[in-house]
Design a protein around this ligand. Structure first.
Ligand SMILES: Cc1ncc(COP(=O)(O)O)c(C=O)c1O
Length: 407
């Protein structure tokens, strides 16, 4: 039997308390869900309205109604792959051929397929850390040696390239990065990406970049020289990117992404043609407005969270996220980290606030005591209400939260 770690970020919410003994992210006891990592989910009508097609009398769903629901193409729909190719090619001097694009229902499956297909026992991978647990737990589960390429808040979560050289072994097969990064919202800028690619090229190592939060950047614009390109446009063939409609595109319900590997056939044969059709629609003309809307929303919401942190500097601190709809906040008392698991449990029980405890969900390789991940990509009024509830907890109950046992 394959041994795989418990996937904490999805299951931590099944807390064994009498009141909360089910998947809490779906529970009506949650009044303020700040644990999510996506932007405000959209309906098909929202997207259609944004695209203006309802005004011109075109119903986005009508072509689906007459579609025979058989298997689709083995690499995914051509229309969808073509739209993905346009998106990536528009940012690069060299076009991305649709032959190099494969769709899957969601980045989770894409990541799984890439890792499962390209790695095995005896291989070694280097994984930027902290990051989404899947990116290091899946390689470990199939017998691959994993080195965590650790970053810290004191270095603003920046990667140390000398450290990368030191981590490389003769059997290093892959460098795995996540740009922008979950849970910190840190970005790997262009120059660092170039250095990573240079190092990988020197040792013939594949660079695999999980780009689900791309292109949601807050601190850099496409005209800046340090704007991070996709790993696919760095002029190195040995690169793979996964992406998704879940995060920056607000459509987690549509499970479609791009990458290139044929293990897909073992996992799903082909994706749902309806999903692929809708994804293709969204990644066509509506995409610009969709991304721009989410960039404005996350920037505004980020400023609201920043004001909250500025108001509570004796209790919390963070490195301001540079991209994505998530941030990693450290809660302290008299300079020492509190127990983030107890903090999250009490916030849920006393105020109905759902947050992600860092030590439990991201702390395999470093002790992230006191850290919680907060999602700010949702509705602005709901974020404000959630932060007000958090403020009330800080004002009235915070002193009862114990300090971290690991501090
Ligand atoms: C870094 C990262 N990669 C992949 C995923 C999974 O994305 P999807 O919803 O498309 O499966 C997530 C979801 O939280 C994520 O944070």
């Amino acid at each position: 039997m394959v041994k795989i770690e418990f996937f904490e970020v999805d299951h931590v919410f099944i807390l064994k308390t009498p009141r909360f003994n089910w998947i809490l992210s779906q529970s009506s006891d949650i009044k303020h869900n700040l644990a999510h990592s996506y932007c405000l989910p959209k309906s098909i009508s929202d997207v259609q309205r944004q695209a203006g097609s309802s005004e011109t009398g075109t119903d986005v769903l009508s072509p689906v109604l007459s579609k025979a629901l058989d298997y689709g193409p083995m690499k995914g729909s051509e229309a969808l792959r073509s739209n993905i190719s346009h998106l990536y090619s528009s940012e690069s001097s060299s076009p991305l051929s649709i032959e190099k694009i494969v769709t899957t229902p969601g980045a989770s499956l894409a990541n799984f397929i890439v890792l499962y297909a390209l790695l095995g026992p005896g291989d070694h991978v280097i994984v930027q850390y902290p990051t989404y647990q899947q990116l290091y737990a899946v390689p470990a589960s199939i017998g691959t040696d994993v080195s965590l390429w650790k970053t810290s808040q004191s270095e603003d979560w920046k990667l140390d390239l000398d450290e990368l050289e030191k981590l490389i072994r003769p059997n290093t097969k892959m460098i795995i990065i996540n740009n922008p990064q979950n849970p910190t919202g840190a970005i790997i800028f262009k120059q660092t990406l170039e250095r990573i690619v240079q190092t990988a090229r020197k040792h013939s190592i594949t660079v695999f970049s999980d780009e689900v939060y791309r292109p949601l950047f807050h601190s850099v614009s496409p005209t800046d020289s340090e704007y991070p390109p996709s790993i696919l446009s760095m002029g190195y063939d040995n690169t793979i990117a996964t992406s998704s409609l879940s995060k920056a595109y607000s459509l987690a319900g549509l499970r479609v992404i791009d990458l290139c590997v044929n293990v897909r056939s073992y996992a799903l044969i082909t994706a749902s043609q309806i999903d692929e059709y809708l994804a293709s629609f969204v990644l066509g003309p509506p995409v610009r407005q969709l991304i721009e809307g989410n960039r404005i929303l996350t920037k505004e919401n980020l400023n609201i969270v920043q004001s909250f942190i500025d108001k509570n500097t004796s209790f919390c601190e963070w490195t301001r996220p540079e991209g994505g709809p998530i941030g990693f906040i450290r809660f302290v008392r008299s300079g020492r980290p509190v127990d983030d698991v107890v903090l999250c449990t009490q916030l849920l029980e006393k105020r109905g606030i759902l947050l992600v405890p860092g030590r439990k969900c991201f702390g395999d390789g470093i002790n992230f005591s006191g850290y919680i991940r907060l999602g700010f990509g949702g509705d602005t009024d709901e974020l404000i209400a959630g932060l007000e509830a958090l403020q009330s907890f800080l004002d009235n109950d915070y002193m009862d939260v114990p300090l971290s046992p690991c501090a």
